[in-house]
Write a protein that binds this ligand. Structure first.
Ligand code: NAD
Ligand code: ZN
Length: 246
């Protein structure tokens, strides 16, 4: 199996990698749908609630800074590093990710080649002017003085740079992901149950456009039947074999 993933990669001129929560479980971050997943423990805070209520903002920041979300502070694992090698070798043009954990960048993929469909939980931005705010700075004033983060420039509401439930997908990222999908001849899905749309539409778009489709996921997905190669195994081992160290 793995040998043929290596072959498909060798034959590809331009590949795209699409990742979901499953690539980060080997870094200790629970995925979405398994029993220990975060939303089985607490209710998500919707975008409108966050913007409309100071109490909800306090609750949200309490979750962020208590570390209960477990999306920050983890380190990349062999799956992330194998992906980074394929990018460094010029095989993979872009990594489209549903993850918000920043681990592709931390494993060495240049930020410009990571397309984050659901944003990034490792920093925050002002909802009014877009200014970036570092979590460490916000954490000090929140925990020390109980200050709910506000923009140091314009006073606007500050939120982690993630796409919340009820918030629109970023149109620029969606457009880039679509263009990359249409430009590739090999589309590799790593660790996504492929049920969260519109993101889950990209593998089928690639397939319709005559790219080869590979799905690496521990459990079957609804899109397995469209794939040229399906591997139900752990991403770290599969990708280390598919993209070995020199
Ligand atoms: P998902 O939880 O729906 O599916 C993850 C899939 O990965 C599962 O089918 C599981 O069988 C598989 N998997 C888990 N560990 C694996 C491993 N080591 N090797 C191979 N397969 C493995 O995830 P999704 O499709 O990404 O959707 C969940 C949503 O929640 C996403 O939109 C994402 O934004 C968000 N989320 C992000 C993170 C993160 O940033 N790390 C974590 C949890 C949830
Ligand atoms: Zn601002």
């Amino acid at each position: 199996m793995t040998r043929s993933l290596r072959d498909l990669i060798a034959e590809s001129r331009r590949a795209v990698i699409f990742t979901g929560a499953g690539i980060s479980t080997e870094s200790g971050i629970p995925d979405f749908r398994s029993p220990g997943g975060i939303w089985s423990k607490m209710k998500p805070i919707y975008y409108d609630e966050f913007v409309g209520s100071e109490d909800k903002r306090r609750e949200s920041w309490t979750r962020t800074f208590s570390g209960v979300m477990r999306w920050t502070g983890a380190a990349p694992n062999p799956g992330h590093y194998a992906v980074a090698r394929l990018v460094a070798r010029g095989k993979v043009a872009s990594v489209i990710t549903q993850n918000i954990d920043n681990l592709h960048q931390e494993s060495g993929v240049p930020a410009g080649q990571v397309i984050e469909l659901h944003g990034n939980a490792s920093y925050a931005t002002c909802l009014d002017c877009g200014l970036r705010h570092e979590l460490e700075v916000l954490k000090q004033s929140f925990l020390g003085r109980g200050e709910i983060p506000a923009c140091r420039d314009c006073g606007g509401i500050v939120k982690t740079a993630t796409i919340s439930f009820g918030q629109a997908m970023p149109p620029d990222k969606m457009e880039r992901a679509r263009a990359e999908t249409l430009d590739c001849d090999l589309f590799i899905v790593l660790g996504s149950s492929l049920v969260v749309y519109p993101a889950a539409g990209f593998p089928l778009l690639a397939k319709e456009n005559d790219a080869r489709l590979v799905i690496v996921n521990k459990e079957p997905t609804e899109q397995d039947r469209y794939a040229d190669l399906v591997i139900h195994d752990s991403i770290g081992a599969v990708m280390t074999a598919a993209a070995p160290l020199d």
